[in-house]
Design a protein around this ligand. Structure first.
Ligand SMILES: NC(=O)c1ccc[n+]([C@@H]2O[C@H](COP(=O)([O-])OP(=O)(O)OC[C@H]3O[C@@H](n4cnc5c(N)ncnc54)[C@H](OP(=O)(O)O)[C@@H]3O)[C@@H](O)[C@H]2O)c1
Length: 337
């Protein structure tokens, strides 16, 4: 029987980790649900029955095969390393360890083998993960020089409270013509916010630079030039990204369509004449990342390509990726190393 703990079960990511544990073929497992003292004693519905949420404590959280951290960077910074000593494997959804040289940053479709010998594993940023599953098969075939990305990121990327704010403030706006804001710097209903996370000295936001640094680490290639503009949009769930690439070798839309049709974790939705393309509403709740609007980009000549991706950032961008890592480590007997 696999022993699994989820820290942060009441949050946007934690809830999806519970669902994925129920969907993926883990077999029999015993589950412990942790959150803060605010939630301790409350009940949570899980695919394995109703469970009582426990207040997280370092003393109690030990001896698990896998601990999923779905809390915050400061929580992971405080507890992550020690948890990986007193449990078999810790999979962290926060950004804290992602660029740590000693911690692998994993997307199973790309670099699962880098988990070998590690007990602490980092899950990538949601925007990065969605981009990377679509980009990697193209990178393998044509190599990449430049990647320019503009994102359209759902409110749930900022957690449960941000989603709730979109709902409540949209209702306020429709009723009174005014919307307030707490989770965001400005009202989010009927608006776009080109600022996700704090601004860095170079004028980019931290979210934008995560895409740059994490993509390079996952692909193990620091030569790729990337630039991102990250924008929060008033949707509940699923991030969309407009992507322009310059490849090293000549590329065609047909060749990329064929490669992506056979790529794991990707579904090609590309029939513009029939209004078929990736959208948040169709990718919400889906495991695969949608890719479409694949077309030649004249700016980079025969090496230029544009496409649009959309993926459920709570799934491939967080919970699904984390649980896929765990499942594949169980399958590979990682825990007996
Ligand atoms: N949202 C996304 O799309 C996404 C994608 C990728 C990665 N991430 C990362 O995943 C992590 C979780 O994000 P989220 O969006 O799920 O946040 P969230 O909705 O705000 O949930 C936070 C969770 O952490 C729990 N928590 C807070 N303080 C705690 C403590 N001291 N001990 C134990 N549990 C505590 C909360 O429990 P209470 O209800 O008891 O307060 C809640 O369950 C973050 O690091 C985030 O950056 C998020």
């Amino acid at each position: 029987m696999k022993k699994i703990a989820v820290c942060g079960v009441t949050g946007a990511v934690g809830k999806e980790v519970l669902r994925c544990l129920g969907h993926l073929p883990f077999g029999e497992l015993s589950l412990t649900c942790y959150a803060s003292e605010r939630s301790a004693g409350k009940e949570v519905q899980t695919p394995f029955g109703t469970q009582t949420i426990e207040r997280f404590s370092m003393e109690e959280c030990r001896g698990f095969d896998v601990v999923f951290l779905c809390v915050s960077g400061s929580f992971s910074s405080k507890y992550g390393k020690q948890l990986s000593i007193q449990n078999e494997v810790v999979i962290d959804n926060s950004s804290y360890f992602r660029l740590d040289d000693d911690v692998p940053l994993i997307i199973p479709e790309i670099n699962l083998s880098r988990c070998k010998g590690h007990r602490l594993i980092s899950n990538p940023n949601c925007t990065t993960a969605i981009l990377a599953v679509a980009l990697y098969p193209i990178y393998r075939q044509f190599s990449l020089k430049r990647v320019i990305v503009s994102t359209y990121q759902a409110t749930s990327g900022s957690g449960q409270a941000a989603m709730d704010e979109l709902a409540s403030q949209t209702a306020n706006y429709l009723k009174s013509g005014k919307a307030g804001h707490r989770q965001f710097a400005h009202p989010i209903p009927f608006n776009l916010l080109p600022a996700i996370d704090r601004f860095e000295a170079n004028g980019y936001t931290r979210e934008e630079m995560k895409v740059v640094h994490e993509t390079r680490k996952i692909f193990d290639d620091d030569s790729i030039l990337l630039s991102t503009t990250a924008v929060r949009v008033p949707t509940f769930r699923a991030h969309a990204e407009s992507v322009t690439i310059q490849t090293q070798h000549p590329v065609t839309p047909d060749a990329v369509r064929e490669i992506l049709q056979n790529a794991p974790g990707v579904v090609v939705k590309d029939d513009p004449q029939e209004q078929v393309y990736p959208m948040p509403l169709t990718s919400t709740g889906q495991y695969d990342v949608e890719v479409g609007r694949i077309r030649a980009n004249p700016i980079f000549g025969e090496c230029g390509l544009d496409f649009f991706v959309c993926g459920d950032q709570l799934l491939k961008g967080a919970a699904l990726n984390a649980t896929q890592i765990a499942l594949q480590l169980f399958d590979a007997n990682h825990f007996k190393q």
